[in-house]
Design a protein around this ligand. Structure first.
Ligand SMILES: [Zn+2]
Length: 236
């Protein structure tokens, strides 16, 4: 009986690990994208997975996805999202251009943070690209006082690329802050999501305990069970 249950459990784990049964990571819909990074620019990098594995789980395949995701990530409210979606319908060539610019930005950000994480040289062209797009974006902002501190406030200029500005600001802030050394890549074997490790002991390993953390735990249990079944076989 124990052996039958063990075999069934192994079979179930294999299905999970191979993705035949989805254990929680939903893909495709920008509204379902899990915002786990703790920083906007890293969540933006995480709108795709599979840089290392070569498989692609993509949340943003059109400008409209970018707007829906930006609203989900609280870059702006629904009213602004509706306005930009209307603009997208009215100016499809512009929206196509900004979509490609956004993907380029995301890939360059990945290269920057990935290089830093693996202690490789940071590609200068990626820094130049970020710096250039950030510089253009900041021309549409004002420094305003909010109670006891100041913040950058975006001008409402109806420009469809306004969606990129908070992302580049987030990236440049992170790159110039002490938090940079707390940026981590998920330890999941098929995951390359990034996050800011704000845990007390700075030992966070997973993008999400429910997804990659759970997969790892199941994998370990699978290995242990397999070994114990093999031992039983040998003893008999
Ligand atoms: Zn992960």
């Amino acid at each position: 009986m124990y052996k039958t249950l063990s075999i069934f459990f192994i079979f179930w784990i294999v299905l999970n690990l191979t993705g035949i049964i989805d254990i929680g990571m939903s893909m495709g819909n920008p509204v379902k994208h899990k915002l786990i990074a703790g920083v906007l620019c890293l969540d933006f990098i995480n709108t795709i997975n599979g840089h290392h594995s070569g498989t692609s789980n993509e949340y943003i395949v059109h400008y409209n996805d970018l707007i829906v995701w930006a609203c989900h990530a609280k870059i702006f409210d629904q009213k602004m999202a509706d306005f930009l979606l209307q603009q997208s319908a009215a100016h499809p060539h512009t929206s196509e251009h900004i979509f490609h610019q956004a993907i380029e930005l995301r890939e360059r950000l990945f290269k920057i943070f990935s290089a830093l994480y693996y202690q490789n040289p940071v590609p200068q062209n990626a820094i130049d690209f970020l710096s250039d797009i950030h510089h253009k974006g900041m021309q549409h902002s004002n420094l305003v006082q909010k109670e006891d501190r100041f913040k950058w406030e975006w001008k409402f200029d109806k420009n469809m690329e306004m969606v990129l500005r908070p992302i580049t600001l987030s990236a440049t802030r992170l790159l110039t802050s002490e938090n940079l050394k707390r940026v981590r890549e998920c330890s999941g074997s098929d995951c390359d999501w990034y996050f800011l490790d704000t845990s007390r002991n700075h030992q966070r390993r997973w993008c999400s305990m429910k997804d990659c953390g759970n997969r790892h735990k199941m994998k370990q249990r699978y290995i242990r069970l397999k070994e114990s079944l093999q031992k039983t076989k040998i003893i008999k």
